[in-house]
Design a binder for this molecule. Sequence first.
Ligand code: UTP
Length: 298
Amino acid sequence: MKIKKVTKAVFPVAGMGTRFLPATKSIPKEIMTLVDRPLIQYAIDEARAAGITEFIFVTSRGKSALEDYFDVAPELEASLRKSGKTALLEVLKASNMDSGAIAYVRQNRPMGLGHAVWCARRLIGDESFAVLLPDDVIAAEKPCLQQMVEAYAETGGNMVATMEVPREKAGAYGVLDIADDMGAIVRAKGMVEKPKAEDAPSNLAVIGRYILSPKVLNDLNTMKQGVGGEIQLTDAIAQQIHEEDNVYGYRFQGQRYDCGSKAGFLQATVAFGLARPEFQAEFGAYLHELVAQQKAAQ
Ligand code: UTP
């Protein structure tokens, strides 16, 4: 079976980001920076590496800084060129998007991730598509979505990125009920959103990378509110398990940071800072010193 390449990706960025208030009162969460790049840039780079050419943003009020970020900045470019700052000019150009490559649709009210994806249905049409949640940042040798696209070329259907979590933490995620465990790929026979720890069908949690069949959009058409009163993407994917039996979990290689939470964001900041050669020595030494001071104070 020849499986069509995935070229469209949806970036749901219409959430309110309440965990980062007051910052998110005026800054979209996705513009917050790890070292010097906004979260959304990491997601876009990952999508590009996986062969995505059409980028669909589901936005809401107060997110115009995101739209501006991907625009060409002629005055800034001219000024950098004039002062011979060619390296910075290249950094800046890497954030530009080609005209027409990026499209924005609006979610009027934050009715949940499933609803946000449904808002993009006309732009997705009848093609399989990727979904990336920019607040999940994944450090990996081969970008996570690229790993998934390669695995999806074998399976087709629907694929969700998964990782093992301690069972007591499963309630914070969508969790897979596993039918077949084939190593990197598992076939799911169920999927539940935020189960109680004792009801979790496994410890395989779903994180914010998906490749979905357009049939999920049909299911979202009729989806009722689920956990938290929101239209849940998990419920629509679970429906595909019942209708088509073609939902796979993919155990990606890499380290995922939950940058939607403050603790995760801080961890990512430290990890991405340390990974940058220009900061390794100074920042590494500072962290050592800080830990030593903390130990001494205990
Ligand atoms: P979160 O659950 O992290 O919600 O959404 P949030 O609003 O961004 O943040 P908190 O919990 O209030 O701090 C996960 C992803 O789904 C998008 C968010 O923008 C984020 O990328 N989302 C969520 C929407 O686009 N629309 C929604 O109605 C809900």
